[in-house]
Design a protein around this ligand. Structure first.
Ligand SMILES: Cc1cc2nc3c(=O)[nH]c(=O)nc-3n(C[C@H](O)[C@H](O)[C@H](O)COP(=O)(O)OP(=O)(O)OC[C@H]3O[C@@H](n4cnc5c(N)ncnc54)[C@H](O)[C@@H]3O)c2cc1C
Length: 266
């Protein structure tokens, strides 16, 4: 299906994108277009202007230094998946990027687009929350715990542009997802990270948005073994239930994926 007519402009810099957005109140940023163009074709979004940020060089980088992996918002999933620097610092992150969608999606889709979109079944939110990353924008830094606010909802304000995600390097981490066989989106994906001062466990795909599991975090702080989470079940009452799987099925998947993630990280 063909989208509605719109005005297309290509931003040359973040400042340029900010100015273009300010002059188009019904406009939207276009990164990889892997979500937005599909939404426009289905008549679920109808922006007057598309401001393309995919060519902004200052948003495309990977820097590993000072115990953190900083990745520019316009960096594609494929670039993260194939980065030797990221693989050395946080192999769980390259793995996560490598299991997003298919090669076409990974070559166009961007880190910033995925995080800003906050699809409840997207993979990156699990890494951002699981590693306690900071989402940097043109205005401020937002802690992961404050950023994700529910289904397709984030702390981003009108006109705010994600510029970078800074991931702290953990001692150990792993991500395991049970992918929907058709879409490859997560039915349940669990990111487990061990830091000197504690454990973080983040779940995507199972609920209306990414969430942490404090009970698993406490158990893993006592013993970082798959057995420690084997008997911990998340409450199914708030989880998604659809043609692909019931809430109870997804709750069970969370425990299974958590066990697998710990086994890989340990
Ligand atoms: C067939 C298919 C399978 C997929 N499978 C998976 C999967 O398994 N796992 C997964 O995680 N994802 C999956 N995706 C989604 C994919 O990862 C997208 O790339 C991602 O959700 C959106 O990124 P994008 O760069 O394409 O953003 P776009 O579609 O360009 O934008 C999405 C939204 O984010 C906004 N936006 C974009 N960049 C910024 C920014 N820097 N700051 C603020 N707002 C911004 C846009 O205005 C828009 O509202 C799949 C997509 C398809 C089409």
């Amino acid at each position: 299906m063909i989208p509605y007519p719109f005005t297309y402009s290509r931003a040359k810099s973040v400042d340029d994108a900010v100015a273009l957005l300010a002059s188009a109140p019904e406009g939207k940023l276009l990164a990889g277009g892997q979500t937005l163009i599909a939404a426009m074709k289905m008549r679920l979004a109808n922006p007057s202007d598309l401001i393309d940020i995919s060519g902004i060089e200052e948003l495309n980088y990977i820097r590993v230094s000072g115990g953190a992996v900083a990745i520019g918002a316009a960096t594609t999933h494929c670039e993260v998946a194939s980065s030797k620097e990221v693989a050395k610092a946080i192999p769980a992150l390259t793995h996560l990027a490598s299991v997003i969608g298919d090669p076409a999606v990974r070559h166009k889709g961007t880190l910033g687009g995925s995080v800003a979109n906050n699809d409840p079944a997207a993979d990156y939110p699990a890494a951002v929350l699981g590693l306690g990353a900071t989402v940097k924008t043109n205005r401020r830094g937002i802690a992961a715990d404050d950023f994700f606010q529910g289904m397709f909802t984030t702390a981003l304000e009108d006109g705010e542009i994600v510029t970078e995600i800074s991931f702290p390097v953990p001692q150990k981490a792993a991500y395991k997802k049970f992918a929907n066989p058709a879409s490859r989106y997560a039915m349940a994906g669990v990111f487990v990270a061990k830091f000197a001062d504690g454990i973080r466990v983040a779940v995507t795909g199972a609920g209306p948005g990414v969430f942490r599991v404090p009970q698993m975090e406490a158990a893993l702080a006592r013993s970082f073994t798959p057995d420690a989470v084997a008997k911990i079940a998340v409450d199914a009452s708030g989880l998604n239930s659809d043609i692909h799987g019931s809430a109870e099925y997804r709750a069970n998947l969370v425990t299974v994926m958590a066990k697998r993630a710990v086994a890989e990280a340990a």
